[in-house]
Design a binder for this molecule. Structure first.
Ligand SMILES: [Zn+2]
Length: 86
């Protein structure tokens, strides 16, 4: 009769508190992690989500800025045309 032990955490190498452990992705692709390391894994996942959101907002801000600048350039060129026509 073998005694089943909990898995070893792939991040800190301590024994996990439960027989299943936690998903360590994105810090490790294989293995399981303990509950203590899992709190760090969760923070990394949240950080990645925030980074993706930040990239999305930066892209949209650039589109808004570019369209604003294009309007400004059009207004300037219209004024220039008016000056030239006078
Ligand atoms: Zn750990």
């Amino acid at each position: 009769m073998s005694v089943k032990t909990n898995p070893i955490c792939c991040l800190c190498e301590n024994m996990c508190e439960c027989p299943y452990g936690n998903n360590p992705q994105p810090l490790r692709k294989k293995g399981v992690c303990c509950g203590h390391c899992n709190s760090t894994v969760i923070l990394v996942r949240l950080g990645l989500i925030r980074w993706e959101l930040a990239k999305y907002h930066i892209k949209n801000l650039k589109i808004l800025y570019d369209s604003y600048m294009n309007q400004e350039l059009e207004l300037i060129s219209k004024e220039d045309k008016n000056v030239l026509e006078l």
